[in-house]
Design a protein around this ligand. Structure first.
Ligand code: PBG
Length: 326
């Protein structure tokens, strides 16, 4: 007779549980997405993302100070411009809101925090798509990646250590790598939104940046179909071949199989974006007293790490960092 399996032995005390834990979650594993708006004088609360704001440059700096104090090592910036046009020219304007913010943050924080810039056109285009449109209303892939290349150089010039193309255009990583290298930014890192699904979970984000896609349109023509798993590997491999330094899966919780696949199949760092809708769901249930939001947030973010993500982009970064051991 073999003795009974008794795995509970290892769960008896917190010290024991910590000792045998397979996964850790620390403030250094979190990156905070932040919004900075042009032409406002007070931060504006974003109702569908409780605790988040469209920041002024001043409030952005204060927020980054608080994040650094909490041990968070990365921020991802999104811009909210005052004017938009057909091609999204605010995205590469040296005086565009993200470029101004990057310069300020670089001057204040230097290498204390990794400055990342989302690289896309949707916040800057009048029609809300991630690229420029052909006469038939579809997105022109090759004309769009030429513009992404300009955005990348503007962001690098302004102080971004990492540019994060999120538009899901084919060939975008190669176009950006070549442009960065040609401009002398050989150290600028490309974090590719490699497996980005056409998800219903981006709703609060689109409120946050004031993006409405024309004529009730969607992004299914360029973002991935959530019925597909293997396609994510194809996308990610293509991005790595083009020079992506880090790959991202987005959203996170409904795509942990994809995170795991990329972690095992690739030899570059993998991250996942716990997106606005994922945050909003936890917040809303917490506000109703239906769940303990802090406990659920830590459980979810830990699960993303367990699936194989090296770090997690999350709107919970600041509040959860203060709950975690460094
Ligand atoms: C596109 C972009 C989106 C998000 C990040 N980058 C929106 C979209 O694809 O529609 C969503 C992030 C979130 O929901 O938190 N620039």
């Amino acid at each position: 007779m073999f003795p009974t399996e008794r795995p509970r032995r290892l769960r008896r005390t917190p010290a024991l549980r910590r000792l045998v834990a397979e996964t850790t979650l620390t403030p250094h594993d979190l990156v905070a997405p932040l919004f900075v708006a042009e032409g406002i004088f007070e931060p504006r609360a974003i109702s569908s993302l409780p605790g988040h704001f469209q920041h002024t440059i001043t409030s952005l700096r204060e927020e980054v100070r608080a994040l650094v104090r909490a041990g968070v090592r990365g921020v991802l910036l999104f811009g909210v411009p005052t004017t938009k046009d057909e091609v999204g020219s605010g995205a590469w304007d040296p005086d565009g809101v993200v470029q101004v913010a990057l310069r300020e943050l670089r001057d204040e924080f230097g290498d204390d925090i990794v400055l990342m810039a989302d690289l896309c056109l949707d916040e800057y285009t009048s029609h809300g798509h991630c690229g420029v449109l052909l006469p038939d209303g579809t997105v022109d892939n090759d004309a769009t990646i030429a513009l992404y290349a300009r955005v990348a150089v503007a962001q690098a010039q302004a102080g971004a250590a990492v540019v994060a193309p999120s538009g899901m255009m084919d060939g975008q990583v190669a176009a950006i790598r070549v442009a960065l290298d040609d401009a002398g930014f050989t150290d600028t890192i490309i974090l590719a939104y490699a497996a980005k699904y056409a998800s219903g979970l981006y709703g609060p984000f689109r409120d946050a940046v004031g993006v409405e896609i024309v004529e009730g349109g969607d992004r299914k023509g360029y973002q991935q179909d959530y019925r597909n798993r293997r396609e994510a590997l194809r996308e990610a491999r293509a991005d790595v071949a083009q020079g992506a330094d880090i790959v991202m899966v987005k959203p996170a919780m409904s795509y942990l199989d994809v995170v795991s696949d990329l972690h095992h199949a690739l030899d570059v760092p993998v991250c996942a974006y716990h997106v606005s809708g994922e945050y909003a769901m936890v917040k809303a249930a917490g506000a109703n007293g239906w769940i303990d939001e802090t406990a659920v947030a830590i459980e979810q973010l830990t699960a993303v790490r367990r699936a194989g993500a090296d770090f997690v982009l999350t709107y919970f970064a600041r509040e959860i960092a203060t709950e975690l051991d460094a």
